[in-house]
Design a protein around this ligand. Structure first.
Ligand SMILES: Nc1ncnc2c1ncn2[C@@H]1O[C@H](COP(=O)(O)OP(=O)(O)O)[C@@H](O)[C@H]1O
Ligand SMILES: [Mg+2]
Length: 232
């Protein structure tokens, strides 16, 4: 099945994905029946009201949480059937994450933060450092290599986060409200970099946001509402 999907050019494929959170006797159905196909190189923007399940959906695609039922395939990895070890490989090699909160390590410089995913994956210090420098250049942070997160503006931190997401050359970038904490000017600046670099680096981007402004900014737009994904 995965072979066929690859031939068809779909890098991400969700088939009837359902997610119900449960604790004790309480159950909360969040995703009822979500199916989605994304072509390699596409930018998909998903908008929806706060609490509708956008982060839940991205976490499932990113292998950070388990589906209740349904199948998720990314670059021919059946994410919904991977064991822990393969899941770690998948998260390290296939996916780049950009979250609303930057999660940069405060005692590490911008350069070191970007190097870290490479380092963890086992590449040499020199290779990680060269690539981190190259990526920080791409996000126009070449003057800030040895700054610590505290010494950077919100927009600059998100640009470092984006460079970090690209460190292991992922196929798919998942961005969860990446500009949620930024002012208008910085939001537009970070979005512009995120979108243009995604194209330049031939990545696939799924960006979720409650901000309807972003609806027209990608190649495609879907709305998540009442547990279902509706294509605009
Ligand atoms: N780990 C969890 N356990 C239980 N409920 C959760 C969990 N994560 C999110 N939820 C609930 O699921 C719904 C969707 O949350 P979320 O995916 O974070 O929405 P969004 O990102 O669109 O704001 C919310 O009602 C939220 O409270
Ligand atoms: Mg969210």
């Amino acid at each position: 099945m995965s072979e066929r999907k690859k031939e068809n050019g779909f890098i991400v494929s969700l088939d009837s994905v359902k997610k119900v959170y449960s604790s004790g006797h309480n159950t909360l159905p969040v995703l009822l029946d979500v199916s989605l196909k994304i072509t390699s190189g596409e930018i998909l923007v998903i908008t929806g009201e706060s609490g509708c399940g956008k982060s839940t959906l991205l976490n499932l695609i990113g292998g950070l949480d388990d589906v209740t039922s349904g199948i998720i395939t990314v670059d021919s990895w059946n994410v919904t059937s991977l064991g822990e070890e393969m899941l770690t490989k998948y998260r390290q090699n296939i996916i780049g994450y950009v979250f609303q909160f930057h999660y940069l390590l405060k005692d590490f410089t911008a350069l070191e933060n970007v190097m870290l995913p490479g380092y963890i994956r086992g590449v040499s210090r020199k290779e990680a450092s060269d690539r981190a420098e190259y990526l920080l250049n791409l996000v126009h942070m070449e003057e800030r290599l040895s700054h610590f997160p505290m010494e950077l503006s919100g927009g600059e931190r998100q640009r470092v986060t984006f460079a970090r997401a690209l460190m292991n050359d992922p196929k798919v970038i998942l961005a969860d409200e990446p500009t949620g904490n930024l002012d208008e000017w910085n939001s537009r600046n970070v979005e512009e970099i995120l979108f243009s670099l995604t194209k330049e680096q031939e990545k696939t981007l799924i960006l979720v946001s409650h901000d309807r402004f972003l609806a027209g900014k990608g190649d495609r737009h879907c709305i998540l509402t009442k547990g279902m994904l509706v294509e605009e």
